[in-house]
Design a protein around this ligand. Sequence first.
Ligand SMILES: Cc1cc2nc3c(=O)[nH]c(=O)nc-3n(C[C@H](O)[C@H](O)[C@H](O)COP(=O)(O)O)c2cc1C
Length: 306
Amino acid sequence: MNDLTTNFCGVILTNPFVLPSGIITEIPEHKRAIEAGVGAVTLKSLTYHKREGNPIPRVWRYDCGMINSVGLRNAGIEKGSEEIAKFIEENKKIPVIVSLFATKIEEFIYLIDKIVPLEPAIIELNLSCPNVDDEFGKPLGMERGAAGQIVKEVKKRSFKIPVLAKLSPNVTNISEIAKSCEHAGADGIAAINTVGPGMIIDINKKKPVLGAIKGGVSGQGILPIAVRCVYEIYEAVKIPIIGMGGVSKWQDAVEMIMAGGTLIGVGTATYSKGMRIYEELKKDLIIYMQKQNIKNLKDIVGIAHH
Ligand SMILES: Cc1cc2nc3c(=O)[nH]c(=O)nc-3n(C[C@H](O)[C@H](O)[C@H](O)COP(=O)(O)O)c2cc1C
């Protein structure tokens, strides 16, 4: 029997596929991924204040994926935590990962103290959003000292809930940052956030397509960067990894697992293939496992390193 059941930081998932943060914006809407058979959902990153996001257009598709500058559009912690409480209550069968973004450690502490009582399965710290640099400067997690410090403070308050650090590929040495997060007590790593920023110019309008001019690149085109990042992180740490970035078919998922991902995030591909992509991936992965005589996916996590 080929089994997709996966244990990630003590949380049991029926399959390794995860909806990454921000692919769906409204909290109740995340139910669509659950109904489609995903293994876990990550909610849109929540911030202290309500945020309207960047000027429109905020997303733009291109041949190899997508560019976005959503700019953390969300309801803010007060309203957001109410919506999250309701969502967790109504969706007990699937692990819910709550994603938090802050620009100061004190803000992260405030967010954590609000979220921990809601008992999400996992908390993910977005240390890597590229779309708010102009507003806040470089995200805190782009520098290993700051990333570790945030994780350390959060871990003091998260009790038994596993804490993940979501990292950016837009750094010189992603494994150093992962190591510092592990050292500070992180239970796992999520990688990668979007690549860039990038820019696409509308040659008819003769100006950049996005309202915010620049944006993070996701989808198919970033797969090799994501695989390389996950590979490097796997070499550097012992904690498990959610590998994401450009996965759109089962072969990509297998690559990501072989690089070192225990779970696989599939985000941008849901825009073109629909939420049914999760069922397809599960079916195709099982066929691959049968052909290769792989009983459990953990047998091939990181196998490309051997
Ligand atoms: C429209 C959009 C919004 C996103 N918003 C967030 C967010 O709020 N927080 C976050 O951590 N990542 C966010 N991301 C990044 C994704 O979670 C993911 O890391 C990235 O898109 C790579 O995976 P993919 O190529 O499968 O989409 C966003 C991505 C997209 C396309």
